[in-house]
Design a protein around this ligand. Sequence first.
Ligand code: SAM
Length: 445
Amino acid sequence: MNLPVDFTNRMKNILGNEYEAFIASFDMPNVKAFHINTKRISKNQISKLIDNTLSSPLNDITSISQVRDYNSYIYEGKIGRCPASHAGLFYSQDPSAMLPVVDIPFEVTGNEKILDLCAAPGGKTSQLSMFGKVLSNEVVPSRNKILISNIERMGYLSNLVTKAMPDELAAYYPSYFDIILVDAPCSGEGMFRKYPESIDEWSLDNVKLCADRQKDILSSAVTMLKPGGHLIYSTCTYAPEEDEDMVEFISSLGLSKLKIQDSYFVKCYPHVQQGEGQFYAYFEKPASEDSASFDTIYNPSQDKSLKKPSNKILDIIRKTLKDSVDITNLNIYESAGNLITIPDDYIKLPPHGITKAGIILGNIEKDRFVPHHQFFHCLPHLFKIQVNFEEETEELYKYLHGEEIFVDGTPTGFGVITYFGAAIGGFKSVNGRLKNYYPKGLRNQ
Ligand code: SAM
């Protein structure tokens, strides 16, 4: 690997006699892992899921082992086309990249409002979404789309996704979030092994540019943090300007550093542990006397800016879903040509920059309601008809391939195919024939 001389000289200084081991790690294969979506599968079913995944004909896993006692596994081989993946039961992520969320040194109750400010492709958003409501922001349009598709596949219900610069969000959300993650855009030195093409983008000037940008992002993050709230800062670089110096910069903004493993930060190196390079640190904003006054609950049903559908549209939906879903208790809104539902006690909707809010139920085409994939995949419990698989049968593979399948005794109406109770996608059944509603772009080829 052709590493820049300025980079290797800096690393020699930082690592001293560990440098040779560090350089040798570039010749080792990168390590693959996934975390389990515990929102969609109960803990006591995980070992059966892992057994199924290991023996799945579409995977080729040669070894698997658990990451600490966390619900994550390191594996060798291929994974990703099996039913567990379609059902959003796991998310592939570098094992070191998991640690900033795994190691959180403060208590998380599940009621927090969380902001993931630099969120795509969504690995850490996926971990945070298992805690509660998350605003996942990504400023780059193509990456924002990938973020949405990953959140959709994982079936999370309480994610708002925006495409905004941090200072735009800060103007709307002062002192709003209990937890903010800044997984900052960085010089990416820790990714050189996994993505050798990133080496060409590296320079000392770029390190400086990244550090300046991180300061801007962090200043906005601190504005948005509620008094008493917590900031997680992480990068995938070893550059001290973006790591240790940024810890001091955050302190200078008035936040206190929290200890983790007897230190104020953790730095992961590929020659020391499995995974790529990663740096992380935690901070707390001082509580103020009126901290409690920041605890506002936002219910979309009271938001006057959200458009309610007409009675005619509601009648069309009711008629289409009459054998399948009772919509009485659903809060339905019209948004950008779609009918959506948003759970109560959501993240407050900003006036601009929303790319995903709530779950799309479907849309009206020629006076008929056409259900959307998100409806089946994210709200399966609303459907009266469900066909569950706990083994990888031929019928299930046919469904993933986009074919019509036959399941004797299935009542007529719209329903959901589930795997370990987690939804994959929808169907419309007539006399036991299940017409496939799994979107073309998601099917196995
Ligand atoms: N947290 C992500 C995950 O776990 O999958 C990885 C995030 S990546 C390290 C940093 C992200 O920040 C990139 O997706 C990048 O597009 C985004 N970004 C770039 N410039 C930014 C800016 N000025 N403010 C906020 N985010 C930015």
